[in-house]
Unconditional design. Structure first.
Length: 95
């Protein structure tokens, strides 16, 4: 699945963004992707995740979150959503 997303942009696993390690990142267009497991469904994790997302986005990054079930059950939809986000970010940067 991830091989389909590498393309011509620099792609990183476990990349540091404003003090947080995100699962996947494309540094040039500033796109971060997180894959959330079961622990992220707890209330305490939900609040931490929202704070983390807010800080990352305030630093100029776009963060997309998926849960494990989405990745396992609909990988092509995940790839499509990431491709759309990358395309939008590249278009914005070109303006």
């Amino acid at each position: 699945m991830l091989a389909a997303l590498k393309g011509d942009l620099e792609f990183r696993f476990q990349f540091q963004v404003v003090g947080y390690i995100v699962d996947f990142a494309w540094p040039k267009p500033r796109l971060a992707v997180e894959i959330d497991g079961e622990v992220h469904r707890r209330d305490s994790a939900w609040h931490r995740d929202n704070l983390r997302t807010s800080r990352i986005e305030r630093a100029g990054w776009q963060l997309i979150r998926f849960n494990n079930e989405e990745v396992l059950n609909t990988p092509y939809a995940i790839v499509s959503e990431i491709r759309v986000a990358l395309s939008i970010l590249r278009d914005r940067a070109a303006r």
